[in-house]
Ligand binder design. Structure first.
Ligand code: URP
Ligand code: ZN
Ligand code: ZN
Length: 431
C-alpha cells in the first residue's frame, strides 16, 4: 500500500475545518499536523483544496430484485460510480426472502460481494420481511456478524415485504437490547393501496398517479406511526428517505422532545419537486418510493439540512434502465421503483453547500460522520489518526453540467443529467 503526505489542505471534519498536513501509511492516517515531513513518500500539494473524509452512502440497493427485474448495478458497478463521486463506503440492504434467516440473508449478499469485488467497502443493513420467534432470537448474534441495523418496510404489502406496526414494535424492542438500529420505510400502506385501487378503477394510470397515490399526507401518516412506535417502545428508530414537509416538522418536534429518532433524506427530494411526474414519459425515470414531493416539502427539507433535524443524506441508489421504466408507461403499478445517484451524492451536496453558503463540515457530518456513528462503521467518518485513509480532495473552483456519458452507473437513466454542479473532485484516496 502506498504511503503519501498531503500538505496544506483544508482538513474538514464534522466539527471543524483546519489547514494542515495528513500523513498516510499503509492505508491508515498516521499523523495530522503542520509542517510535517516524511522521507520517501509521495508529497501532494493541496494548498487551496479541501480534504474530506470519504463519503458513506448509507442507503443502496445493488442488484435488488424488484418490479420484475433487478436494479442495474451490481456491487462492483455501484462501487465504480461511488468512487467517481468520492463515496468510499456504502451500506446496502440485504432483503430477507422466503424462509431465509437473517444470517442466511446476509451470507447470500456477502457471497455476491466476494464474487464481484467492489472497489469500495460494502456493509449491510438486513431488511426483515417475515417475523417469527426464530428471527427475533437471531438478533443477539447480529453485532458479532457486523450487522448493526435492520430495516422494516411499512409498505410493499402486495409485494410480500411489509412488516405491520405491531411487529415493528417487537423488532424495535428486541433490537434495542443489542444496540441494533431499526430503519423504517414510513408510508401508510393501507392508504396507498386504497388510492391505487381507486385510480386504477378510474383509469388514471400515468406516472403522476404513482405520486398521487402516495402523496404528502400518505407519507406523513407513516411518519406519525414511527413516532408512536418510538413513544410506545422507548426504542430508537431511523426513518429512511424522509421526503415530506409535515414529516420533517414532526421529526423536528420529536427530537426537541428528546425522542430517539434519526432521520435520513435523499438528494432526489432536495433537487426536484413533484412537478417531474407531470411529464408522463420523463416522469417515469423519477418514479421512486416515497415519490418526490411538493415545493413546500423541498424547502422544509433544506431547512432541516441546515438546522440539524436531518442526520444523514443517502441516495436510495436503485437504478433501472429506461426500457424497464417503460413497462409502466400505461400503468404506474408496473414501473420499477427507484432511481440511481450514488455518484452524485457527495458532489451534489457539496455543490449546494457552495451555492447556499452551508459549511462543508455540515455536509461531512451528513454524508460521512453520522452514517459511520449511527451504523458503527469502525475507522470511518472522520479524518483522525488511526482511521482508514478514505479521503477526498475537493476544489471549490469550476463547475460542470452532469451528462449521462460521465455517469458510471450501468443504467441509461440519470435523473441528475443537465444539473450544473459547482466545484470538483480532484482525487479520491481509498484505503
Ligand atoms: O423506490 C425505491 N426507493 N426503491 C427501492 C426500495 C425502497 O423502498 O427503498
Ligand atoms: Zn424504501
Ligand atoms: Zn431504499
Amino acid at each position: 500500500m502506498k504511503n503519501y503526505l498531503i500538505k496544506n489542505a483544508t482538513i474538514v471534519n464534522y466539527d471543524k475545518e483546519e489547514v494542515g498536513d495528513v500523513l498516510v501509511k499503509d492505508g491508515v492516517i498516521t499523523k495530522i499536523g503542520k509542517n510535517l515531513f516524511e522521507p520517501r513518500v509521495e508529497v501532494i500539494d493541496a494548498l487551496g483544496l479541501y480534504l474530506l473524509p470519504g463519503g458513506i452512502d448509507a442507503h443502496t440497493h445493488m442488484q435488488m430484485s424488484f418490479g420484475g427485474t433487478y436494479s442495474s448495478d451490481n456491487y462492483y458497478d455501484g462501487s465504480v460510480a461511488a468512487l467517481a463521486g468520492g463515496i468510499t463506503s456504502y451500506i446496502d440492504y440485504a432483503i430477507q426472502k422466503g424462509d431465509d434467516s437473517i444470517l442466511e440473508t446476509l451470507d447470500k449478499r456477502l457471497k455476491l460481494v466476494e464474487e464481484q469485488k467492489p472497489l469500495t467497502d460494502v456493509y449491510f443493513h438486513v431488511a426483515i420481511t417475515r417475523l417469527d420467534e426464530k428471527i427475533l432470537d437471531e438478533f443477539k448474534d447480529l453485532p458479532a456478524h457486523g450487522v448493526h441495523s435492520l430495516k422494516c418496510f411499512m409498505v410493499y404489502k402486495r409485494e410480500g415485504m411489509q412488516i405491520a406496526p405491531d411487529d415493528i414494535a417487537k423488532i424495535m424492542v428486541e433490537a434495542k437490547k443489542y444496540g441494533i438500529m431499526v430503519n423504517i420505510h414510513a408510508e401508510d400502506v393501507d392508504q396507498i393501496d386504497a388510492n391505487i385501487d381507486k385510480f386504477v378503477e378510474e383509469g388514471k394510470l400515468d406516472c403522476k398517479y404513482h405520486y398521487l397515490s402516495r402523496d404528502e399526507e400518505v407519507e406523513y401518516a407513516g411518519d406519525k406511526i414511527v413516532i408512536d412506535l418510538i413513544k410506545k417502545t422507548g426504542a430508537p428508530a431511523y426513518i429512511v428517505h424522509l421526503a415530506n414537509e409535515k414529516g420533517v416538522k414532526l421529526a423536528r418536534e420529536a427530537k426537541k422532545e428528546g425522542l430517539p429518532l434519526l432521520v435520513e433524506t435523499c438528494p432526489q427530494y432536495l433537487a426536484f419537486t413533484s412537478e417531474v411526474y407531470f411529464d408522463p414519459m420523463k416522469g417515469l425515470d423519477f418514479v421512486c418510493s416515497p415519490p418526490i414531493k411538493n415545493k413546500a416539502s423541498q424547502d422544509e427539507l433544506w431547512k432541516a439540512i441546515i438546522d440539524g433535524t436531518i442526520d444523514t443524506v443517502a441516495t436510495d441508489h436503485c437504478p433501472f434502465y429506461h426500457e424497464e421504466k417503460l413497462w409502466g408507461k400505461d400503468d404506474f403499478r408496473k414501473i420499477p421503483n427507484g432511481c440511481g445517484g450514488i455518484q452524485y451524492l457527495y458532489i451534489y451536496m457539496l455543490s449546494e453547500a457552495i451555492k447556499r453558503n452551508i459549511p462543508f463540515s455540515r455536509i461531512v457530518s451528513l454524508i460521512s460522520y453520522k452514517p459511520a456513528q449511527i451504523f458503527k462503521l469502525k475507522g470511518k467518518g472522520e479524518i483522525k489518526v488511526g482511521n482508514d485513509a478514505d479521503l477526498v480532495l475537493f476544489s471549490k473552483e469550476g463547475e460542470h453540467v452532469i451528462t449521462k456519458e460521465e455517469d458510471k452507473s450501468k443504467a441509461d437513466t440519470n435523473i441528475y443529467e443537465g444539473l450544473t454542479l459547482k466545484g470538483k473532485i480532484v482525487r479520491v484516496f481509498k484505503k
